[in-house]
Write a protein that binds this ligand. Structure first.
Ligand code: GMT
Length: 383
């Protein structure tokens, strides 16, 4: 098969969209394609230099006249340069704003016919698409892309209803790197964190923003500690942390909650955890669920966005209504207190990653799109 030169634009420093973009780029490079990251810094999951991967930094100086440095325009300028210098075959843009718009501007600037694939990750539509200050920009970025994908059917449907794009959108699910996420012997980590041998472990990993509804989990946890011996691991950082700490203290569960901050050893932390809870009110996919599944951790998640496409109720976890701490407590206890249920869900969680979300399957879907775009010389391949 022809070796493609692919420009990848993503948020390099945080978030699931940057993780997916980077893991996909790494897999494509391993297949022999040439990857050109066009980003403000090296993507945080790109830890070691790898064959076929190049990095083109986007720089913008702060001139006195700028109240806000125009990153979007500097990005467009850089994309245009790289397309021309490297003779790229296509651009894969992750997150509609501003990346899709910058790619479209770059294409116009250099009068190129390069194909653009935009992958929607969630908040670029579910939050920014509702913002009157950005809605038309989101639509423009999508309409001017040759192909748009969404990370779940839920996000696809919401985008079609809200944005009314002129072309169809295809769902391509997220995946994780199975070589990184798998059950790992955690050494003394569990004891180091002060977790006793007979204690169960509930884990939550996120960027601690209000959309994750972590207070619902804390309220549920206060009910769970009345029934069993258990610790709650809160992994990550974000704006909600001070509020959550206050609630933890107020509900008298301080001794049982461990705030770990941001960690690099997620597979180890997950490998001794018994259940993950994701109580979000919006979640296009919930990549962290797959990371947990791959380490054998079933999950309790809300009926929000794409979560029901990842958690199959009663199979690899449980689904609960948004904003219902009692239900979170009940379903979490159901998993923690029934060894057979836990074992069955653990095995099914591992199977979910090996089956529906296997990386080679997902990467092949993107690769097919890349070739389709090449063949058709752009216009929407489904119309
Ligand atoms: O919300 C986040 O945690 C960050 C955000 C992002 O843009 O990185 O995540 C979105 O993209 C992830 C990767 O596709 C999805 O797994 C998350 O569900 C999605 N977040 C939301 O929809 C809130």
């Amino acid at each position: 098969m022809e070796r493609l030169k692919i420009g990848v634009i993503c948020y390099p420093s945080l978030g699931g969209s940057g993780v997916v973009a980077t893991e996909l780029a790494i897999k494509m490079a391993a297949k022999g394609h040439e990857i050109h990251f066009i980003t403000s810094s090296l993507p945080f999951r790109y830890n070691e230099p790898q064959e076929n991967i190049y990095f083109h930094e986007v720089r913008i100086d702060g001139y006195a006249v700028f109240k806000y440095p125009p990153y979007d325009i500097a990005l467009a300028n850089r994309i245009g340069q790289v397309v021309e210098e490297q003779q790229l075959d296509l651009l894969h843009v992750h997150y509609a704003v501003p990346h899709a718009v910058s790619a479209v501007l770059a294409k116009d600037m250099i009068q190129s016919d390069i194909g653009i694939i935009t992958t929607l990750h969630g908040t670029d539509v579910t939050i920014l698409g509702h913002d009157p200050a950005l809605r038309n920009t989101v639509k423009y970025g999508i309409d001017k892309s040759d192909i748009t994908t969404a990370v779940s059917d839920s996000l696809r449907t919401e985008t079609i209803e809200l944005i009314e794009p002129i072309k169809d959108i295809q769902t391509i699910y997220n995946f994780i790197d199975e070589e990184t996420y798998h059950p790992i012997e955690p050494g003394t980590l569990r004891e180091d964190l002060g977790i006793l041998a007979d204690e169960k472990v509930i884990i939550h990993i996120s960027n601690f923003r209000s959309v994750k509804r972590i207070p619902d989990l804390i309220r549920a946890f206060a009910l769970i500690v009345e029934k069993i011996s258990v610790k709650l691991l809160l992994v990550g950082e974000g704006p909600e942390v001070p509020r959550i700490r206050r609630l933890v203290d107020m509900l008298g569960v301080t001794e049982r909650v461990i705030f770990t901050g941001k960690r690099d050893d997620l597979p180890e932390l997950l490998s001794f955890s018994d259940v993950m809870v994701l109580p979000s009110e919006k979640e296009a996919f919930g990549l962290v669920l797959l990371e947990g599944f791959a380490c054998g951790v079933p999950a309790v998640g809300t009926l929000a966005g794409g979560i029901p496409e990842v958690i199959e109720d009663g199979v690899n976890g449980h689904l609960v209504p948004i904003g219902d701490p009692e239900q979170i407590a009940e379903k979490t206890l159901h998993i923690l207190c029934n060894q057979d249920v836990h074992q069955m869900m653990k095995e099914n969680a591992l199977e979910t990653v090996r089956g529906k979300f296997a990386s080679d399957k997902i990467v092949a879907q993107y690769e097919k799109l890349y070739y389709d775009l090449q063949k058709k010389g752009c216009p929407n391949v489904w119309n």
